[in-house]
Design a protein around this ligand. Sequence first.
Ligand SMILES: *Cc1c(COP(=O)(O)O)cnc(C)c1O
Length: 430
Amino acid sequence: MTTTDHSALDSVSLDLLTLLDQADPAVASLLRSEAARQAGTLELIASENHVSPAVMHAMGTWMTNKYAEGYPGKRYYGGCEHHDTAEDLARDRAKELFGCGFANVQPHCGANANIAAFMAMCAPGDRILSLPIKSGGHLSHGLKPNFSGTFYEIHDYDVDPDTERLDYDAIAARAREVKPRMIICGFSAYPRAIDFAAFRAIADDVGALLMADIAHIAGLVAGGVHASPFPHADVVTTTTHKTLRGPRGGLILCDDEDIAKKVDRKVFPGSQGGPLMHAITAKAVAFGEALQPDFKQYAADVVANAQALADALVSHGYRLCTGGTDNHLLLVDLQPRDADLTGADAEKWLEAAGIITNKNGIPNDPRPPMVTSGLRLGTAALTTRGLGAADMVAIAALLDRVMESRGDAGVAASVRADVQAMCDAHPLPH
Ligand SMILES: *Cc1c(COP(=O)(O)O)cnc(C)c1O
């Protein structure tokens, strides 16, 4: 699709663009460009996905007009009848999807879910044990400039330097040293399955609470291809827009009624004002989609595609951190392929060829975070477009052609054409 050919767009999007051509041509123009960019590039950023038209358009509705501070049945504003229905629907579907007794669907994003969860579980200054961002953790798990690193005493555990995997015995030893109030598991750049039962045992051993942040793998958990954090974690946080394929947003889950009450209080009024009811409505739609049988197949395909991409990259001489993947993401160590190749160069060169990725530090990365020696790749978005294992083999070859040429413009143009052909054969959800 070019900026003038929108034949692959759904009808509501076409109507919206026609409306905006009149109401705000500048925005209409940028939206046309962005639709074309998404349609014509391969999205390999592990935290991104393509939502269905139903999810996308559920966000752009009358629900954006309302203040609904509080919770269903207990609002601080009149006129919330249908907002109560929407939020109840989202909460009930989230509970069904993850098999738990409580859901708060109001967090504006994953980091906000974590703020409320921290506040519900810990007092300021409490000791928290987490994986640092440099080893695959998330900035909201304790990075210094973040709220987490500012208001809590953060201690690190790490992946094993040789296997690059979690070493549960080492984490247990670390927990005995630190004696944390809470342990966090769940990561942003960890390609292996998480053993929530092992984390529970470690937490119990030192009397700590366990928080699981399943932001990346929520769709895999919902689809039954990754173990559930329930009944092991005391509190579970997630985003709704990664593998779960919903609108941008956050979600908090738990089973314990006392923790549930605290979570509600710490989301509102603890850390947010009015909930984004348009986003919550779209969350309800997305959770409804994830409850359908075909979402299980989607989740299985995401993992199968990640493994196919992993095998193909290894055959081209790349090293994968931990040696492979169990989930939707791969962390590629570029150094063995080319010692001079940085994550930043790779990201830039691939983008010129229509392949969208992000540079990412690898465990013990000698390069700084804005350069890095690694590339993080994920298959959630490609799988949504219907690409399969054979396409992953082809994409690995395209990636390697770009790297091999070190960003040569002619090669980028040639790969760009192959990318366009793949994209044309697999339109965005419409
Ligand atoms: C993406 C992510 C988040 C944060 O999500 P935002 O919506 O960007 O705030 C939190 N935790 C983990 C582990 C993540 O990967």
